[in-house]
Design a binder for this molecule. Structure first.
Ligand SMILES: O=C(CO)[C@@H](O)[C@H](O)[C@H](O)[C@H](O)COP(=O)(O)O
Ligand SMILES: [Zn+2]
Length: 199
């Protein structure tokens, strides 16, 4: 007989599978992931950079994705310029203290983004004010603004050139779809920019 924990774990894994299957079955989701790949390939292929930001687990996702690009994903190749705007505690605390937490990403975007760069805002609710402000600033700087969010893109929707909407309203389940999709986007970006003979 399964224990209470085993039942809860099996139930959660089942929910995780259902959300991934829903993403797989949604043409709009696959189209957005493909458009996102294209945008990153164009940006990085033209010498631009990818800026990523989000809160909590999504800050972790931003850092994880920057690592895949700047270090490597599947194989050795030149580093791709990517920066998570969630990592410098001096910058984050200075901006939050002097200008407010809502501006912790937008002020970094204002200082760093150039036309042709891609700004990736990650928010499962689609309405974290600092992510929303970061995306607004990206557009003002002439960067491509893209979002990773949940089934309702809310405030992020109108601000983004591409929105990847994971088909769930649950924060952790949305995050799991984000990371799975980010991994395959990184794989495609690496394969497109650094094709290996015979593959
Ligand atoms: O990782 C988790 C939940 O799985 C949390 O840390 C979560 O990211 C935080 O509550 C965030 O503040 C949520 O922000 P957002 O996704 O709504 O923008
Ligand atoms: Zn989490």
């Amino acid at each position: 007989m399964k224990t209470t924990d085993q039942n809860a774990i099996a139930d959660y894994l089942d929910q995780s599978r259902a959300v991934l299957e829903a993403a797989l079955a949604a043409p709009a989701f696959l189209a957005a992931a493909s458009a996102m790949t294209e945008a990153w390939v164009t940006c990085l292929g033209n010498g631009g950079k990818v800026l990523l930001f989000g809160n909590g687990g999504s800050a972790g996702d931003a850092q994880h994705i920057a690592g895949e690009l700047l270090s490597r994903f599947r194989y050795d190749r030149a580093p791709l310029p990517a920066l998570a705007l969630t990592v410098d505690s001096s910058v984050l605390t200075a901006i939050a203290n002097d200008y407010g937490y809502e501006q912790v990403f937008s002020r970094q975007v204002a200082g760093l983004a150039k036309p042709g760069d891609v700004a990736v805002g990650i928010s499962t609710s689609g309405r974290s004010p600092n992510v929303v402000e970061g995306l607004k600033m990206a557009r003002a700087c002439g960067a491509v603004a893209v979002g990773f969010t949940g089934e309702d893109p809310r405030d992020m929707g109108p601000l983004c050139d591409i929105v990847l909407a994971a088909p769930s309203a649950s924060t952790p389940l949305i995050q799991q779809v984000h990371l799975a999709t980010a991994h395959i986007i990184c794989e495609r970006v690496e394969a497109r920019l650094f094709p290996r003979a015979g593959r």
